[in-house]
Design a protein around this ligand. Structure first.
Ligand code: DLL
Length: 435
C-alpha cells in the first residue's frame, strides 16, 4: 500500500469527497459574487445568483473563465481577498504585456505545497530523502511549489533551480540526491550528461517527478532505464495554483486530481457542453478552497480524459490522462508558454510580413525553435549583410518577448507554402502528444 501525505483525504470515500466539493463550491461562489466585481458581472450577465448553486450538479450554470478574462482583469481584478491578506504572486512564463498573475494567501500557499507533498510521497518520498528541485524558481511555479512540498514532507531540499548542469550533477552526486524534480526534457538531458561524464555509478536517484510540459511514454521509459529510477508525471497550471493539481502514483496510469481542492469537468471545446465521463475533451477546473484567487470553471485548454477506475494505490481521486493536446495554439518550448501570435507581433513590429512558419524540434533532448519569415520586397533588394542584421534584430525582439532564443531565417518571398484553408503556422516535430 501507498505512501500518503494526507491519507484520510487522498483515500476518502466518494461520498465524503462529494460533500467536501459541494460545501466548498457553495462557499466559493458566494465569496466571489460578494467580493469580486468581475465575477458578479459575469454571473449577472448569465442570470445566475449564488443561491442557484447548491451542489456540483449546478456547476454547469456558471459561466466559464478563460485566460483572456485573466488578462482583462489584470492585475487585481480577480483578487478575492484584501491585499493585506495576500503574501505572494506567481506568474506564467514568457508573456510580456498583460501577464497572467495568480495571488496567494498563506493558506493558499499551504494548500498548494500540500498538493506537492502528496506528489512527492506518492513517488515514494519520505523525510529520509534528498530532493533536488531543478525546476526554475521565481515567478514560475515549478521551483517554489516542489520546494514547499519537499519541506512539508521533511526531505532535505536542494533548491537548485534550472540550468548549470555541472553544478546540478556535482550536488546530485556529492549529496546523494534520491529524488529529482525537473522538466522531463531536462531529465533526459541530465541522463545523457551523466553517461557522457561516466558518473552513472555515483547516482543514487530512485525517483523523478517530471512535468510542466508534454512527454511521451517512450521518453518515460528512456529516462527510467538510463537513470534506474521510476519517473512520475505531475501536472498543474499557474492559474489554479501550480504543480500538484494532479500527480501520478506508483501505478503510473494517469494523474490523480486533488479533488478535495479542485472540481474537474471535461467539456467540448467548441460548444462548451459538459461531456460524459470517459470522453476526450477540454479540462476545466473549479477551485473550492482557495482564498485569494479562486477560479470558477477555468478552461485549461488541455485536452484529456478522466477515469474513475479503482486505483491499486488506494487513492480515490479521479485520474486524468496525460494531456493529449491543446484546444488553443499555445506551445511549450523549453518550459516557456509561447503563443504564435506573440511571434507574429514581433515580426510585424520589425517591419516583416505575416507570412511565417514556426518550426519546433528537439535536439539532444533540448527544444529548438526556428522562425522562417518571408522578406518584404524592400528587403529583397538589400545586401546579405543587411538581411543578417535584420535577422539578429528579430532574434533580439523575440528574446525580449518570449524570454528564450529562437533562430530566425528570412526567406525569399512566396517560399513558405500557402495552405488553402487555415495557415499552417506551426510545425511541431517533437510529436509529444499521443494522438
Ligand atoms: O507548468 C506548472 C508546473 C510546474 C506543472 C512544474 C508541473 C511541474 P504553467 O507554466 O502555468 O504551469 O503551464 C501550464 O503546462 O496548462 C499544460 O498545458 C502544461 N503542462 C503542465 N504539466 C504538464 C504535464 C506549470 N505533466 C500548462 N504534461 C498546462 C503535459 C503539462 N503538459
Amino acid at each position: 500500500m501507498g505512501n500518503y501525505y494526507q491519507q484520510e483525504l487522498e483515500c476518502a470515500p466518494r461520498e465524503k469527497i462529494k460533500a467536501i466539493q459541494d460545501e466548498g463550491l457553495v462557499k466559493t461562489v458566494k465569496k466571489v459574487y460578494e467580493n469580486v466585481e468581475y465575477y458578479r458581472k459575469k454571473m449577472d450577465e448569465k442570470g445566475v445568483k449564488p443561491e442557484d448553486i447548491k451542489s456540483q450538479e449546478d456547476l454547469y450554470k456558471l459561466p466559464f473563465l478563460t485566460k483572456e478574462d485573466l488578462r482583462e482583469a489584470y492585475p487585481y481584478g480577480l483578487m478575492a481577498e484584501p491585499l493585506e491578506n495576500c503574501v505572494r504572486i506567481q506568474s506564467t512564463s514568457g508573456t510580456t504585456g498583460r501577464r497572467v498573475v495568480a495571488f496567494y494567501t498563506q493558506h493558499d500557499i499551504d494548500l498548494w505545497e500540500e498538493c506537492c507533498a502528496r506528489a512527492i510521497m506518492a513517488a515514494g518520498g519520505t523525510n529520509k530523502d534528498v530532493v533536488q528541485v531543478s525546476y526554475g524558481y521565481g515567478l514560475f511555479t515549478g521551483g517554489p511549489g516542489l520546494n514547499g512540498g519537499s519541506h512539508k514532507v521533511g526531505c532535505l531540499t536542494l533548491p537548485m533551480s534550472s540550468g548549470n548542469t555541472d553544478r546540478q550533477l556535482q550536488f546530485m552526486t556529492d549529496l546523494e540526491a534520491t529524488i529529482i524534480c525537473c522538466t522531463p526534457s531536462y531529465a533526459a538531458y541530465l541522463a545523457e550528461s551523466i553517461y557522457e561524464r561516466g558518473i552513472r555509478d555515483k547516482i543514487k536517484l530512485k525517483a523523478g517527478i517530471f512535468g510542466a510540459e508534454a512527454w511521451t511514454e517512450e521518453m518515460r521509459q528512456d529516462i527510467q532505464d538510463k537513470l534506474g529510477i521510476k519517473a512520475y508525471d505531475i501536472y498543474g497550471l499557474t492559474e489554479i495554483s501550480g504543480p500538484g493539481v494532479s500527480f501520478e502514483c506508483e501505478e503510473q496510469t494517469g494523474m490523480h486530481i486533488n479533488e478535495d481542492h479542485f472540481i474537474a469537468e471535461i467539456i467540448d471545446p467548441d460548444t462548451g457542453e459538459v461531456l460524459p465521463e470517459g470522453s476526450v475533451g477540454e479540462l476545466v477546473f473549479t477551485s473550492i478552497d482557495k482564498e485569494a484567487f479562486p477560479l470558477l470553471r477555468y478552461r485549461t485548454r488541455d485536452i484529456c480524459v478522466l477515469s474513475r477506475e479503482k486505483c491499486s494505490c488506494g487513492r480515490t481521486h479521479v485520474k486524468m490522462s496525460k494531456p493529449m493536446g491543446r484546444s488553443d495554439d499555445m506551445l511549450i518550448v523549453k518550459g516557456v508558454n509561447v503563443f504564435p501570435s506573440q511571434i507574429e507581433q514581433v515580426l510585424l513590429q520589425k517591419g516583416l510580413t505575416s507570412n511565417y512558419q514556426i518550426i519546433v524540434d528537439r535536439e539532444k533532448n533540448s527544444d529548438t525553435i526556428e522562425v522562417l519569415v518571408e522578406m518584404t520586397s524592400e528587403l529583397f533588394s538589400d545586401s546579405v549583410g543587411e538581411i543578417t542584421a535584420k535577422e539578429k534584430d528579430v532574434v533580439a525582439g523575440l528574446k525580449s518577448m518570449l524570454g528564450i532564443y529562437a533562430k530566425v531565417r528570412i526567406v525569399e518571398p512566396k517560399s513558405i507554402i500557402r495552405s488553402e484553408g487555415k495557415a499552417v503556422r506551426v510545425i511541431d516535430r517533437r510529436n509529444l502528444y499521443k494522438k
